[in-house]
Design a protein around this ligand. Structure first.
Ligand SMILES: Nc1ncnc2c1ncn2[C@@H]1O[C@H](COP(=O)(O)OP(=O)(O)OP(=O)(O)O)[C@@H](O)[C@H]1O
Ligand SMILES: [Mg+2]
Length: 472
């Protein structure tokens, strides 16, 4: 017997089919484990993760789709091949929408089974073999986050350390960096995960309704209050209250919120009855909170109450390693949803993705990939398929490559070195700076973070400068 761990879990209720599939796959040197129903499948999955699952839809104790949903919810990387009855293509489409990797319509022969399973196993190995640094200590996924870069490892570490406590967490970061995902991960990682997670977006609620949204109201307390209503604070009892975009909260309400945080006591609008609740506070803003305090828009005492554990979400441009990892996962997800087949990004498209500054961060990347998947037919995605503003940016990326010889030549003809040898050769500082930065980028084959490290600048400084040069 081989020592190899099984690569495939077969979930199939018919014992004879289980046996046949097992034999088929063994002849292809693929190790399998088997489960006869949902319960056994869940038990097997609890013991260990399988790269690939061959899943029957109709099982004696429920629908195979349940497993698909559960894996999806866990953000699992397991690839699921769904087996559907002959003539039930609708089921197969549903399965793909739910995130299945592929489907097999019964009855299928050994060749079809082997090629489908082999391609899934190869896909998993492909994903796994990329950088050698990945191990349990450096996950590439954490709750709903995708990302294996150093800055994200720090975020995962902070979330793990902060989750068990009741201390307030203050999340900052540019728009689209995953502040909300961070709040959800903190909740799910905590002992309160069985309790409610209530998110309140302070920017989306009209100011005069905000107090009632947080604390609730009693019938008749103001025009429109036609019935008693629970607020987010009481709904979150025993769980987590996420105050998103807290920078938008009015000063008045900040005072009431501070009192609530200090005492744990809530009073509904229009009531003088105290209710004691137990909530953990998480808040987020894409503003710089201390600037808001200095400008007198945010109460300093509230800031210190909430800012117990700060978590700063890194911008996507500062974690270049994550860009293609996230792009490829979104590509898989959206192409499944659209039932299209894409084979990844061309090297040129990858270069554009890696060098673009992503001002809207992961949300922007998500939108770009969705746009590409919806508007094209499949295959390999090249620069031609990139939507704005990446299409115009890609011209500049090519420009970086072709300006290589030009810049080098210019530098050589300039007195053969860095220094001007006559007054006439003295150039404006901004021009010299640009020359140096572009030269460094060229020498690093267009790798901005690498050039930035050697120039001892932050990559975002370079991206900002590049943007300014482009606009000039
Ligand atoms: N690391 C990540 N991996 C996968 N998806 C991500 C990641 N970061 C963000 N996203 C996705 O990007 C979108 C934006 O994330 P989220 O809403 O958490 O950002 P945010 O920082 O709260 O943005 P805003 O400031 O605009 O509210 C969501 O769809 C989220 O699922
Ligand atoms: Mg948000």
């Amino acid at each position: 017997m081989s020592e190899k761990l099984a690569e495939v879990l077969i979930v199939e209720d018919s014992a004879s089919l289980r046996k046949i599939y097992t034999e088929y796959l063994r002849t292809a040197d693929i190790q399998v484990d088997v489960a006869g129903n949902l319960k056994e499948a869940r038990e097997a999955l609890e013991l260990r993760g399988y790269p690939v699952i061959l899943l029957d839809v109709k099982l004696p104790d429920g629908d195979g789709f349940e497993i698909l949903r559960e894996l999806n919810d866990q953000g699992s990387q397991t690839l699921v091949i769904v087996m559907t009855a002959h003539g039930s293509i609708g089921k197969a489409v549903d399965a793909m929408r739910l995130g299945a990797y592929d489907f097999l319509e019964k009855p299928f022969d050994s060749r079809r089974l082997k090629s489908t399973v082999k391609s899934a196993v190869a896909q998993v190995e492909n994903l796994a073999e990329r950088p050698a640094d990945e191990d349990v200590d450096k996950p590439k996924q954490f709750h709903s986050f995708i990302g294996g870069s150093e800055p994200m490892q720090e975020v995962y570490g902070l979330i793990k350390r902060a989750a068990p406590s009741k201390a307030s967490v203050f999340i900052t970061g540019e728009s689209g960096t995953g502040k909300e995902l961070c709040a959800e991960a903190l909740h799910r990682q905590s002992a309160r995960s069985d309790g409610p997670f209530i998110a309140l977006n302070c920017a989306a609620i009209p100011k005069d309704l905000m107090e009632s949204e947080i604390f609730g109201h009693i019938k008749g307390s103001f025009t429109g209050a036609t019935a008693n209503r629970e607020g987010a604070a009481t709904l979150a009892n025993g769980g987590t209250l996420f105050l998103d975009e807290i920078g938008e909260m009015s000063f008045d309400l900040q005072t009431k919120l501070l009192r609530f945080i200090q005492t744990g006591v809530v009073q509904k609008v229009g009531s003088n009855k105290d209710e004691v609740v137990d909530v953990r506070f998480i808040c987020a803003t894409n503003r710089e909170p201390l600037d808001e305090v200095r400008a007198g828009r945010f109460r300093e005492d509230l800031y210190y109450r909430l800012h117990v554990i700060p978590i700063s979400m890194p911008a996507l441009r500062d974690r270049e390693d994550d860009i293609m990892l996230i792009a490829n996962q979104f590509l898989n997800r959206f192409s499944r949803e659209e039932t299209k087949r894409y084979d990844g990004f061309s090297p040129a498209a990858e270069a554009v993705f890696k060098q673009y500054s992503w001002p809207g961060n992961v949300r922007e990347l998500q939108n770009v990939v969705r746009n590409i998947v919806v508007l094209n037919q499949g295959g390999i995605i090249d620069v031609k398929q990139l939507p704005p503003p990446l299409d115009s940016f890609s011209a500049q990326v090519k420009g970086v490559a072709s300006s290589k010889t030009k810049t080098t030549k210019r530098r050589r003809t300039k007195a053969g070195g860095m220094l001007a040898s006559s007054v006439a050769e003295i150039r404006p500082m901004a021009e010299v700076e640009r020359l140096f930065i572009e030269n460094a980028i060229n020498l690093c084959d267009g790798n901005v973070p690498k050039a930035a490290a050697l120039l001892e600048l932050s990559p975002s400084t370079i991206y900002r400068k590049k943007l300014a040069w482009e606009e000039a």
